[in-house]
Design a protein. Structure first.
Length: 577
């Protein structure tokens, strides 16, 4: 029951109403369908036998009315159950998407984007189809079986004993199919994840693929994954497809048995022809209901695998618990302190990528962070807005552990430009306003001027209304970087983190951006990760990281005297120039 509550909680009242009204129409449809054979028997055994044309016409019209009402109920049930299922899937997708929005970076790492896409699309669609069948087929088939069986026993109890032979056989067959095929369907959905990953990577990096003429290689890789998925699908389906032949064998076996034993009863005058015709109708109804239930079981197998994957997302423990302290009730969080911080992606201290980090960054200062590839520079700054949670130690912002702050409030005060520049479909203005949806046009221009983006934006015919396309396809790498910086600046943050955010611009542009940041954000605490020493040379303090530990801290002059790594990097960059 708790499982049902988890996947249906929050569903709109009208969809619950549809879910409960749909079975009422099913009852009306089944009542008509199970009554029509009795009317037909009367037409044969009374009207036709006695050559009473008035009786045949009256009961024939009654059958037409009953069939029309059954058709109406069936159509209404189909429409209402579809609306209920669509509402269910909409609610479930919203619930999943909202849960994913609360994920930390660690939660995202555990699932992967490709797997989450499959769960939000294919898996939810499987559950949508299952839900529709639950409120339709799962109600209709049992009612039809019960009513049909009652009617069949009322006509001839001895002949109806045939069902007690067939039903146990079908139950055993279905149980075997469910047990054998479930793990194969679960594996199939995992293969879908892999296929989505390949497609996603290829489409995102299509320009790289073309630039390196690797289209043939990507085609081969996709073909291999697609063929692997096909093999898994065939492996699952070759068990499931046994269901229909076995069902048909049972149906035809029942009909032949009924005709044989029932025909003998008619010949011996222990049963009337009309009664036998009605009995065969009930046999067909009962066995068709069994067939529909068997299909429902097969759908349940696929849905069970999808349900398991969806529940993994819904039950995923959010690593970051929201703090209680509201920032607006305290001083602005600008001071940053790392107190013996350790961090490991898998939470095992022996795998720590940051080890015993202790440093203090005063309000309004500019701090540069340098280090080789893999020195965990990005990981360090991602601990400040709690994109990752520390494994040990504490990160303090404004004198309080970041775990005590309200996460939303904390992140609103931090402007973060990630290493990977991401722009969204829409205009330049819309993208910059991601930082502050209430920003005025003057705010946008000021932010773009500080990031040295106003010049190239103004050169476009549509200016700030220029459509950047998906991912900013019509912009250069440097232009995208500057717009991402403007998006962070328009927040007017108390803390600004630039994670290698000027790597795609020339040194002159880099200098203009740094000068603008110094003059326009004098009280903002600025952390700048850079590969070029020139980008942080004039910082108040420079931190040198090496293999996740602090190798040196100081100004440019101090590090040139006392830090070998810094001096070697400086010398190599100067020699290149």
């Amino acid at each position: 029951m708790s499982l049902v509550k988890k996947i249906t909680s929050g569903m709109e009242t009208r969809y619950w109403l549809y879910s409960f009204v749909s079975p009422l129409f099913i009852v009306g449809e089944v009542l008509m369908e199970t009554t029509i054979p009795l009317v037909m028997a009367q037409i044969v055994d009374v009207g036709i036998k006695n050559a009473d044309s008035d009786f045949v016409i009256r009961y024939g019209l009654l059958m037409v009315v009953m069939a029309s009402f059954s058709l109406f109920c069936g159509a209404m049930c189909g429409r209402i159950s579809s609306l209920a299922a669509f509402g269910f899937s909409k609610n479930l997708r919203k619930k999943l998407f909202k849960k994913v929005q609360d994920f930390s970076f660690s939660n995202m790492d555990r699932f992967g984007t490709d797997s989450l896409v499959t769960r939000l699309t294919t898996d939810v669609t499987n559950l949508q189809n299952m839900y529709q069948n639950l409120i339709r087929t799962a109600v209709r088939s049992p009612i039809m079986m019960i009513f049909g069986t009652i009617m069949a026993f009322s006509i001839n109890a001895r002949l109806a004993l045939i069902f007690f032979i067939v039903i146990p056989i079908l139950a055993v067959v279905l149980a075997l199919i469910v047990v054998l095929s479930y793990p194969r369907f679960r594996l199939m959905l995992a293969k879908y994840d892999r296929l989505n990953k390949i497609v996603q990577e290829n489409l995102i990096a299509i320009r790289v693929v073309k630039a390196f003429v690797r289209g043939a290689h990507e085609n081969e890789k996709f073909d291999a994954v697609a063929e692997d998925l096909q093999r898994t699908q065939v492996s699952a389906e070759k068990i499931v497809i046994l269901n229909m032949p076995i069902m048909h064998l049972m149906i035809y076996g029942c009909i032949v048995s009924t005709l044989w034993f029932g025909g003998n009863m008619v010949v011996s005058e222990n049963m009337q022809v009309g009664a036998l015709i009605s009995f065969i109708s009930y046999v067909t109804q009962i066995l068709m209901s069994l067939m529909m239930l068997s299909r429902l079981f097969i759908m349940f197998i696929m849905s069970r695998a999808s349900l398991t994957r969806i529940m993994e997302v819904l039950e995923e423990e959010i690593e970051i618990e929201n703090g209680k302290v509201k920032i607006e009730n305290t001083k602005s969080p600008c001071d940053i302190d790392f107190q013996h911080v350790f961090f490991s992606y898998d939470k095992k201290m022996e795998h720590a990528v940051l080890s015993d980090i202790s440093l203090s960054i005063p309000q309004g200062s500019t701090v540069g962070i340098l280090g080789g590839t893999g020195s965990s520079k990005s990981t360090l700054v991602q601990l400040i807005p709690r994109l990752y949670e520390v494994t040990s130690g504490a990160v303090l912002v404004g004198g309080k552990d970041v775990r005590e702050w309200d996460v939303t409030d904390l992140r609103k005060k931090i402007g973060f430009v990630l290493q990977k520049n991401t722009l969204f479909s829409g205009t330049i203005a819309e993208n910059v306003r991601w930082g502050n949806e209430n920003a005025t046009d003057e705010d946008l221009i000021a932010a773009c001027m500080a990031s040295d983006a106003h010049g190239f934006v103004s050169s476009f015919p549509a200016g700030y209304d220029t459509d950047v396309g998906q991912g900013g396809v019509n912009l250069s790498g440097g232009q995208k970087q500057r717009l991402c910086i403007a998006r962070a600046l328009v927040k007017k943050p108390d803390i600004l983190i630039l994670d290698d955010s000027t790597s795609a611009v020339d040194t002159a542009t880099d200098l203009r951006i740094r000068n603008a940041l110094r003059s326009s954000l004098p009280k903002t605490t600025k952390l700048i990760i850079a590969q070029r020493i020139a980008s942080v040379q004039d910082a108040d303090c420079i931190i040198v990281l090496d293999a996740g530990t602090i190798n040196g801290i100081g100004t440019h002059d101090e590090l040139m005297k006392n830090n070998q790594i810094y001096r070697e990097v400086y010398d190599s960059q100067m020699s290149e120039n």
